[in-house]
Write a protein that binds this ligand. Structure first.
Ligand SMILES: Cc1cc2nc3c(=O)[nH]c(=O)nc-3n(C[C@H](O)[C@H](O)[C@H](O)COP(=O)(O)OP(=O)(O)OC[C@H]3O[C@@H](n4cnc5c(N)ncnc54)[C@H](O)[C@@H]3O)c2cc1C
Length: 193
């Protein structure tokens, strides 16, 4: 994953460039080859730095696997939140069968694997310079980037339906306490209806 075109150029792809499956596969294969060569050279010099943005299932798993592949690779995981709130089993929390605390996970084991944690929001990626800016003012350089920020809700996507309306009638839940707050609103709305 670290060597794929989607990872190397994740932001460009997200900003609207459309490629078909065949183009994506051929670009990915080519990029994986050149990435392997570049990374091998950087590792040989003992300087390879892999950075992951997003400490969810995808980002944390990639970061740990990268470190397991080669301990010499320096790996940094950038994550906004100090604890991760997992979505699977969250329906049991809403139904009162499980405590919200059981859904929370720290990054201690990730750090114990030798991964550096940057507890801040990534605000920009400069793919040409291979630099990430963080909300706290830090700038991290990288050799390979894992982009795994998950999904988010675009409140301006539907005219007339925004954050305030979602309090009354949520259509989806974002991971975290808000999901459960929303669920509470939804229950109240349902009972009142
Ligand atoms: C209610 C619910 C129930 C679910 N149940 C299941 C289930 O039972 N089984 C299952 O397989 N899947 C389930 N899923 C789906 C599963 O949770 C997702 O597929 C999974 O979380 C996606 O992982 P991810 O790492 O891509 O993103 P996420 O888990 O969303 O992680 C993304 C991380 O990136 C961080 N981040 C985002 N932007 C930035 C930034 N700019 N800088 C730094 N960090 C950033 C976020 O804080 C977050 O920690 C469920 C989802 C929901 C909503």
């Amino acid at each position: 994953m670290v060597g794929s075109a989607a990872v190397r150029h994740g932001l460009s792809a997200m900003s609207g460039t459309r490629v078909n499956r065949r183009q994506f596969v051929s670009v990915s294969v080519a990029a994986a080859g050149s990435a392997a060569l570049c990374c091998a050279a950087a590792i040989a010099q003992g300087s390879a730095h892999g950075v992951g943005i997003g400490g969810g299932f995808a980002g944390a798993t990639c970061a740990r696997q990268l470190k397991r592949l080669d301990r010499k690779i320096q790996v940094t995981l950038v994550e906004t939140n100090p604890t991760f709130i997992a979505c699977p089993f969250s329906n049991a929390v809403i139904a009162g069968f499980r405590e919200l605390s059981a859904q929370r996970f720290t990054y201690e084991k990730v750090a114990a694997d030798g991964i550096a944690l940057a507890a801040a929001r990534a605000t920009a990626v400069e793919p040409g310079a291979r630099i990430i800016s963080l909300a706290d003012g830090q700038r991290l350089s990288y050799d390979r980037l894992i982009l795994a920020p998950g999904i988010d809700i675009r409140w301006d996507a539907l005219p007339g339906y925004g954050e305030a309306a979602a309090e009354q009638m949520p259509h989806a839940w974002k991971a975290g306490d808000r999901r459960f707050c929303c669920a509470g609103s939804w229950k109240r709305w349902k009972m009142a209806a």
